[in-house]
Structures are given as structure tokens and as C-alpha cells.
Design a protein. Structure first.
Length: 485
């Protein structure tokens, strides 16, 4: 109860506008543009583009108060707070903050037919009877984004009966699967497991000795191949190491996830738009914020004229009073949104600038071994902001660097002590571990225990279980599975 009460009190301290500001900070560039578009559509007092009006009234201080009606105090409305005679908003006048529009390359969303629709369109070219067509379409609808049918055939038969009123058999479904679905493009879709997926792809190619051998190995000794029990394969199929290498090469050309390679997948591919750009100019780092995050906004001139009209009116009707109340609400919302965008830009720039200087050596060289241990609190303390604010920037924003586009949170890592007692980044250790594994003898790959000893010799005393954890985080398999012929 005490915990709930404390949480409630903490939540009370954040106003709705502060929560909205936090949400704005969290948005990456593309999502921010959508939010901006929504706000402009919903608030007619907010205009986008340069405001070239000559002048504005500085004061609208009239008020009204009739008995029985809500008092609307126009002293609260200072037009200077909403309108500016500057053509460019003040938060765009800071030098070196925003990237040049000329340098932006707008990459559109990937368009086209969805993955499943493409498969259904292909089915229309097949000579199938009515029942086969219905079963084939149902099977296509059961294919996941990777291109597989993960469900048991008997379950599909039941679903056909209950949902499509088609009463059929397992044999009939399997026959349609092989006759139609397994021949669709990309080849391999509709497979029920990896083994079947690879075999379908091999059988679709022109047959030769190696492909025939590869199919035999996958059909009769799939587990041995997956577990890299090469000696057993050599003995079982009476083949040479060169032939087994050729089989390995043949399988490496196949696609284990035929669905995910389709450009028109259900998940529309988005091009990552970097929120920041870091360049090296004359040996110094130069940080800019994507100018799409700094729109030119101002309060509507039309709304100013409405308030002027109310001020100059000798008689103020009930409808006029209601109108000016509505106008004030919209002006307040517009002013807040413009201020919120300004705060968002400042927060993004201050946070990223601090991260850049904290990891200065890395951004100058691109060498991941130069990454210093850095946690969210390190940055939050330097900029005097909350850890959650830094997290919102780091978790959702990308920065373009001379070494590629990076998710900002990748620059954060825990620390550990080396044999000199110095704090080093866990990223540095992972990079060295990755290098050691890349350079190992693949015929005799290094075990986690041996890797631990090598790292210790290099000055990083970490346990075998820690090596295993880092290796898994790097998505590197155990020694046995890294073995090559």
C-alpha cells in the first residue's frame, strides 16, 4: 500500500504537458514528423512555414465578465507570446545545430504487394480445382513472416473444417502443399522446418553430383550435419573432405528464411533516418541535428485577427465570448507545442553533444576499443537531467558517423577492471573476443575456457562463464559449431 501511495505521489508531480514533452523527446525523426503533422491538422492556430507578416498587436488586454457566465480574461493573452516578427524561429538561429536541407536524402517507404498477397497472386496461375484452390490459399495464409508453416497438418485440417467449412484429409493437404505451395516464389516458402526448406530449394535447381549428395545428407543425416559431426558424415557417405566442403558451400548458398528476404513483406521496410550527424572537420568533431526535427512553426495570423476583432468590438455577445475562449485554448496549445519543440531540440542536442565528447576518441577513430565505459547516469549527471530523459534519447535515436549509422544506446556499456586496475568498457572486451574468434584456426576452434585464458593474457581477467555470456551476446556459436572442415 505504501509503495502504491509513493508511486501515486511521484506520478502526480508530472503534469500532462511534461508527460507530452517526454513523449516528444522519445520520438525519432520519422515518428516526430508524423506527430507534427497530426498537431497541425488538429490545431488550426498552428501554422507551418515562415511567418512574413509585417507586424502584430502587442497587447490584447480587454476582458469581459457577465453575471452567470464564465469569466474569460484576455489579459492572459499576450500576442507576443504566440507571434513573432522574426521570419525564422529563435531556436533555429543557433549555428552548427542543424544539418543542411541540401544534404538530406529522403528515402521513401518500401512499397508494393505484401508477401502473402504476392503468394496468393501466384496461386491464380495454377491449374487447381475449387477445393485445391481453397486449401492452397488457406496454407498460404498460415505461412509466417520467415516463410514457414509452423503448425501441424492435422491442426490445419481441423481449422479448414471449422473456419472455412472445407472437410478434407491430411493426405490431401500435404498433396496441395507439395503441388502448389512449395513451388511458389521465393522457393522454400511453405516448408514445415529448416530441413524441408533447404531440400525444396535444392530440388528446384538443376541436379548434379554435389547437389544430389547434399540432398542425401540432409535427408538421411540432417542432425549430424547441423551438429557438425563431420567425421561421421565422411564415414557414413564414404566421401572425401573436398566433397564435404562442396556440400557445405552448396548449403551456404541457400536461404534459411525465404519469407524474410521478400522486399514486399507484411512489415513495410523503413529506411532509418539518422537523427544526428557527426562529421570530422579539420580534425574536430562536428555535430548536427537533422533539420527535419526543427520545423518552422508560428501561431496563425488569422487567429490574431480574430482576437483583434474581439478587442475592437463594442458589444460582446455570448457567441463572441465562447469564440474567444476557444481561440485562447488553441493559442495556448500552439504556444506550448512550439515551446515543447524548442525544448526537444535543446534536449537532443545537449544530450548527444555530451555523449559525443564523452566518447570523443571513438568518434575520431571508429575504433570500438576506444569506447569508454559509459552508463546513462554518467551523461545525466553531466547535463543535470534525469536518467529517464537520457534513456529516451539513447534508446530511440540514430546518429550518422563516418563509420556508419549507429543506434545511440550502442555507445553505452558497463565497465570492468583490467589487470592494471583500470576501468575498461565491456564493449572493448567483446571486440577483442570477436577478433580472437575471427582469427582462430577453424579446424580447431577455441573453447570458452581457452578464450578466457587468452583474454587473461591480454590483460582482461574474466571467467569462462563471462566469456560464454559475451560470446552469446555477440551471436557467436560454441566452438564445436564454429568448426570447419
Amino acid at each position: 500500500m505504501l509503495k502504491q501511495s509513493l508511486q501515486y505521489k511521484l506520478l502526480q508531480k508530472l503534469s500532462p504537458q511534461q508527460i507530452q514533452l517526454m513523449k516528444l523527446i522519445q520520438l525519432p525523426t520519422q515518428a516526430f514528423e508524423e506527430r507534427l503533422k497530426q498537431e497541425i491538422e488538429e490545431n488550426p492556430a498552428l501554422d507551418v512555414g515562415k511567418d512574413e507578416s509585417d507586424s502584430y498587436d502587442e497587447d490584447l488586454s480587454n476582458e469581459y465578465d457577465d453575471t452567470g457566465t464564465e469569466k474569460i480574461d484576455t489579459e492572459d493573452i499576450n500576442i507576443d507570446e504566440y507571434l513573432s516578427d522574426d521570419e525564422i524561429p529563435s531556436y533555429k538561429t543557433q549555428a552548427n545545430n542543424y544539418s543542411s536541407d541540401d544534404e538530406e536524402k529522403n528515402v521513401p517507404y518500401a512499397a508494393g504487394t505484401s508477401f502473402h498477397q504476392s503468394l496468393k497472386n501466384q496461386l491464380n496461375t495454377y491449374s487447381l480445382d475449387e477445393e485445391e484452390q481453397a486449401i492452397a490459399e488457406f496454407l498460404v495464409g498460415s505461412i509466417d513472416d520467415s516463410g514457414y508453416i509452423r503448425r501441424e497438418i492435422i491442426d490445419l485440417v481441423d481449422d479448414l473444417a471449422f473456419t472455412a467449412n472445407i472437410f478434407t484429409t491430411e493426405e490431401k493437404v500435404i498433396a496441395v502443399l507439395k503441388k502448389a505451395v512449395h513451388t511458389l516464389d521465393p522457393i522454400g516458402v511453405g516448408a514445415r522446418d529448416l530441413k524441408e526448406c533447404l531440400i525444396i530449394q535444392l530440388k528446384s535447381k538443376q541436379n548434379n553430383k554435389i547437389r544430389s549428395l547434399t540432398i542425401d545428407i540432409l535427408e538421411d543425416a540432417f542432425d549430424h550435419f547441423v551438429k557438425k559431426h563431420y567425421k561421421k558424415l565422411l564415414e557414413k557417405f564414404s566421401i572425401s573432405e573436398d566433397e564435404l566442403k562442396a556440400v557445405n558451400t552448396e548449403i551456404s548458398k541457400l536461404n534459411p528464411k525465404p519469407g524474410s528476404s521478400y522486399a514486399g513483406n507484411n512489415k513495410i521496410a523503413e529506411q532509418i533516418v539518422p537523427d544526428f550527424s557527426i562529421k570530422i572537420t579539420d580534425g574536430e568533431l562536428d555535430l548536427t541535428l537533422n533539420s527535419r526535427n526543427a520545423p518552422e512553426l508560428h501561431v496563425s495570423r488569422e487567429y490574431n485577427n480574430m482576437l483583434k476583432g474581439y478587442q475592437e468590438s463594442k458589444t460582446k455577445s455570448k457567441s463572441q465570448k465562447d469564440a474567444v475562449f476557444f481561440i485562447k485554448q488553441k493559442l495556448d496549445a500552439a504556444k506550448w507545442f512550439i515551446d515543447a519543440i524548442k525544448q526537444r531540440q535543446q534536449t537532443l542536442l545537449i544530450t548527444m553533444n555530451t555523449i559525443m565528447h564523452y566518447q570523443y576518441e571513438y568518434f575520431l577513430t571508429g575504433d570500438e576499443r576506444k569506447l569508454k565505459p559509459m552508463i546513462l547516469k554518467d551523461i545525466a549527471d553531466k547535463i543535470n537531467m534525469d536518467v529517464s530523459t537520457v534513456s529516451r534519447v539513447a534508446n530511440s535515436k540514430y546518429v550518422s558517423t563516418p563509420y556508419g549509422t549507429k543506434l545511440i544506446k550502442e555507445f553505452f556499456s558497463e565497465s570492468m577492471k583490467n589487470d592494471q586496475g583500470e576501468d575498461v568498457s565491456t564493449k572493448e572486451i567483446k571486440k577483442i573476443l570477436e577478433t580472437v574468434i575471427a582469427e582462430e584456426d577453424k579446424k580447431k576452434p577455441l573453447t570458452d575456457d581457452k578464450l578466457s585464458k587468452i583474454l587473461k593474457e591480454k590483460g582482461y581477467p574474466i571467467a569462462r562463464r563471462t566469456v560464454a555470456k559475451y560470446r552469446e551476446q555477440l551471436d557467436l556459436p560454441v566452438a564445436r559449431l564454429r568448426k570447419e572442415i
